[in-house]
Design a binder for this molecule. Sequence first.
Ligand SMILES: [Mg+2]
Length: 237
Amino acid sequence: MVSGISELKIYFRMINKQANLLTDQRNSPSYVELKLWQGCLICGIKGEQQKMKKIGVDIDGVIADSQPVIIEKLNRFFGKSYSLADFANFDPQEMFGIDRKQLDEIIMQKELEIIEEAVPLPGSVESLGELIKDYHIQIVSARTSAYLGQTSNWLEKYKIPYHGLSLLGQHDKRSRCLDLCVDIFIEDNKKNARQISSCGIPVLLMDAAYNQGLLPQMVTRVYNWDEIRDYIAKYLK
Ligand SMILES: [Mg+2]
């Protein structure tokens, strides 16, 4: 399957190039034949893509290294100097004097800055570039849908490939994952991971200071993108 779809795409590009050279001879047999071949190849590519297994991927904390940016914003807002390690047993009341709801509101206010200032998590760009050759990649994030443009610009800026992008504006990803028929999901939020796995979808949880502790049976902790690729190559065929 891997070489199948890659070869189809190569043939498609070759034929497209030839057809472009003949655009001023649209009625010629050669041009018509090339267009027919193009149609067949498009059907072939679509068919191969439908057969591909689907990987659902979160953005923040999985593709984008958003946590350092969030911490920097909170430190600046509250005049603190916490580091990433301080978030191991994170208690917003103790650290910032506010409850979780108030904290989420502040993060929401800074959402656009966080989107634009985060850089990719090490290995995410290269790994998705490899995985997309063999798998269908669906990005599913809790980000506000109003930031769809900024999010797709960010993904383009860092050359992160994908087939689909959903910004849900809320954390419950279960129905979207089921609609998309994802075969596995990569997440960093423990509650999301528990919910998604409860639908029978295995989840890889990217390790972070804020998601420590025991995990449900279908959730596997991973520490980097190399591990994600190894796991997928081994279990998602
Ligand atoms: Mg996340």
